[in-house]
Design a protein around this ligand. Structure first.
Ligand SMILES: C[S@@+](CC[C@H](N)C(=O)[O-])C[C@H]1O[C@@H](n2cnc3c(N)ncnc32)[C@H](O)[C@@H]1O
Length: 246
């Protein structure tokens, strides 16, 4: 006989477990984020090399997790620069501090909530945020507030998911190569080409809107979008949208 799960009944238990065990979850997450920061160091370094301009003096890594990008920014910008690692979770920030110390770089740390007050953060030449904005209650508003941190000519670089996982090899050895892409294209017909933002049913903001227009709305300036392979150790996303507002 099959077992039927009563989700209405389970919802209350899951919600209270999430609250009761929040510290445990935070500790586990902090450990995972910290090891991903080290494992993916090469990727962060390549992205930092692409983003940082020689004149940049202040950078912020918002929703820093294990501080992989904080370390990469600090290395790229040098000891005279100010690099701030910001996160709302103190356990995550403790792990981030340990990662930066082990890497031998100088960084500052700030407890900030993307949905709350960002005034603890300085004006910056570069604001980087990876896989964090989608956690915000109002993603559009969050992006506007991140843009507001920028110095004139500054850059907001947002890395978020949006591409589908790929399961098949490019060439199956049967028929024309690229079957999976053609299947995706068939499924997406009639939708915008750069669908990407994380849908948050019932939350204000984007509900599945593409990231690029969202950024353009927030910053009133041109956006650039590039595809980047993202390592799989941390987030189970095969690809990443990497969007800058110069
Ligand atoms: C998936 S991790 C990404 C970590 C890191 N940026 C990376 O790409 O490796 C999401 C991070 O965002 C942080 N975060 C989630 N919600 C947040 C909020 N409302 N305000 C600030 N940080 C938040 C989490 O604590 C976590 O460190």
């Amino acid at each position: 006989m099959g077992y039927t799960l009563d989700w209405d009944e389970a919802a209350g238990r899951l919600a209270s477990a999430a609250v009761d065990d929040a510290e445990w979850y935070a500790a586990v997450a902090a450990g995972r984020l910290a090891s991903a920061a080290v494992d993916d160091a090469e990727w962060y370094a390549a992205v930092a090399a692409e983003l940082v301009r020689d004149t940049d003096r202040v950078a912020i890594d918002v929703g820093c997790g294990g501080a992989g990008m904080t370390v990469a920014l600090a290395r790229r910008m040098g000891p005279d620069a100010t690099v701030v690692a910001a996160d709302h979770n103190r356990a995550v920030l403790d792990a981030a501090r340990a990662v930066t110390e082990a890497a031998g770089v100088r960084a500052e740390f700030a407890v900030v909530d993307l949905d709350g007050d960002l005034s603890a953060l300085p004006e910056a030449d570069l604001v980087w945020s990876s896989a964090a904005v989608h956690h915000a209650g109002d993603q559009q508003r969050t992006i506007e507030r991140l843009v507001a941190l920028l110095r004139p000519g500054g850059t907001l670089a947002l890395a978020e998911g949006g591409f589908r996982p790929r399961h098949l090899p490019w060439d199956l050895g049967v028929g024309e190569p690229g079957l999976e892409i053609r299947l995706d294209a068939a499924q997406d017909r009639g939708r915008p080409a750069d669908v990407g933002a994380v849908a948050r049913p019932g939350r204000p903001g984007l509900a599945g809107a593409p990231w690029r227009p969202v950024l353009a709305r927030s910053s009133q300036c041109a956006t650039r979008q590039a595809e980047k392979e993202v390592p799989l150790t941390l987030i189970s996303l095969p690809g990443c949208k990497f969007v800058c507002t110069p």
